[in-house]
Design a protein around this ligand. Structure first.
Ligand code: AMP
Length: 428
């Protein structure tokens, strides 16, 4: 199957070729024909499957073919609503790439920044609007946006929207849409609340499921480090020092925790930046931009800030805390191993997190191998109740071998060079 066989028009094909996309991903191969026919779609797909292009390509094609005459003022014909600012920016960037040989325009709006730049862009007119829910409703209320001309509506990362408490905003937005429209609804997981919401948004729809959780987990090399809560920062420093050229995305369950990690790393002469909801939009964009461009190679993120973030050549994801929601683990490790690349995901697990680990392993239907040879190993025979011990199939594992995609120079202090990583070995 090729994009040409899917009936994609030349200007879009050319842009896809520039991006190096040779073949559609499964979600694209399944969704594009449905969307080109004009049907509604419920897509169950996780990030990293190529779903942005799956919904963007057919929408661009419809807009391009229906707007071939002379252009007057552009009315907003497509609305894409997504939970986080970072994801909104990323989707808009992708649209700009895929639409570069068409005259279709997109504008992205999100909260946390002054609205002036966004309202100026809106005044100039746009075919496609990518928005987070709060700023969208705000600018509608101020009269900068009308949804009365919407022909295509996309709700992306719907499960995350509900988790973030956007349900009322989403309902308000849907109420403002024309009833005649094509609607697309994407979610990585399909709990009953999502199925119920999809019933409200979609008309007669077709459903596409790209095997929900397993594929990402399968192609990513994973490992667990049993460690006490207190020793997690030291273990992180140890791993970073052992892999100085890797780009590392570290997940913290809380914003406060993320800031504490940055401080601890700083004391150990390791530069890092945090992105989370309490940071200004400018600071988040800067940290993310530096990380994507390889200027900095350690980013500490909370789940919401990192959801959907697409970073090429991310070698390592570290779960500093294990998430209490198992699906979140799959989203997190999906930051590495994007598209066809393979990746490595390491997770720190303290005693309190053992139950979370059990749930995660159940969800991904795998026993994650345990790293035995690290200096902060908690001796599980001493502290873990017998019932909680490793399952029979749980393999013991040597440290994973990291492949370095993009060697980067990193300053090494004299202290780091001469430090013996295993000299402070302790047993608990
Ligand atoms: P997404 O799930 O939309 O976040 O996409 C994940 C990654 O896959 C992004 O880096 C895209 O640029 C990439 N991608 C999307 N479609 C294709 C394709 N057909 N071939 C290769 N890479 C793709």
């Amino acid at each position: 199957m090729t994009f040409t066989q899917l009936g994609i028009i030349e200007p879009i094909l050319k842009a896809l070729k520039d991006e190096g996309y040779t073949h559609p991903t499964p979600i694209q191969a399944q969704s594009i024909p449905i969307l080109l026919k004009g049907n509604d779609l419920l897509g169950c797909a996780q990030t990293g499957t190529g779903k942005t292009a799956a919904f963007t390509i057919p929408i661009l094609q419809h807009l391009y073919l229906n707007n071939s005459g002379p252009r007057g003022y552009r009315k907003i014909k497509t609305l894409i609503v997504t939970p986080t600012r970072e994801l909104a920016i990323q989707i808009a960037d992708n649209i700009t790439q895929y639409a570069k040989y068409t005259d279709l325009k997109n504008v992205v709006i999100f909260g946390g920044v002054k609205q002036g730049g966004q309202t100026d862009s809106l005044r100039r007119g746009t075919d496609i609007l990518v928005a987070t829910p709060g700023r969208l409703l705000d600018l509608i209320a101020q009269g900068f946006i009308t949804l009365k001309d919407i022909e295509f509506f996309v709700l992306d990362e719907a499960d995350q929207m509900l988790d973030m408490g956007f349900i009322h905003d989403i309902k308000k937005i849907i109420a403002k849409l024309p009833s005649k429209r094509q609607s697309l609804f994407f979610s990585a997981t399909m709990p009953s609340s999502i199925i119920e919401l999809s019933g409200k948004i979609l008309g007669n729809y077709e459903q596409v499921t790209v095997k929900p959780e397993q594929p990402t987990a399968d192609k990513i090399e994973q490992a667990i480090y049993f460690v006490s809560k207190n020793n997690k920062p030291k273990l992180l420093v140890h791993i970073i020092n052992e892999n100085p050229t890797s780009s590392v995305l570290v997940f913290s369950r809380t914003k406060h925790g993320a800031d504490k990690i940055v401080k601890f790393l700083d004391k150990s002469h390791i530069k890092s930046a945090a992105i989370h909801g309490n940071k200004s939009q400018g600071a988040r964009q800067r940290a993310l931009g530096n990380f994507k461009d390889g200027v900095s190679n350690i980013l500490i993120a909370t789940d919401i800030a990192a959801r959907g973030i697409d970073i090429d050549e991310l070698s390592l994801v570290i779960n500093f805390d294990l998430p209490n929601i198992s699906e979140t683990y799959v989203h997190r490790i999906g930051r590495t191993g994007r598209a066809k690349a393979s990746g490595i995901a390491l997770s720190f697990c303290d005693l309190e997190e053992r139950a979370y680990l059990k749930d995660i392993q159940k969800l991904i239907r795998q026993d994650i191998p345990v790293v035995e040879n690290h200096p902060f190993l908690v001796d599980e025979t001493e502290i873990i109740p017998a019932t909680e011990k490793l399952s029979k199939n749980q393999k013991k594992k040597k440290k994973p071998h990291l492949t370095h995609h993009k060697p980067k120079e990193k300053e090494t202090t004299g202290e780091q060079k001469h430090r013996k990583p295993f000299s402070n070995r302790r047993r608990y």
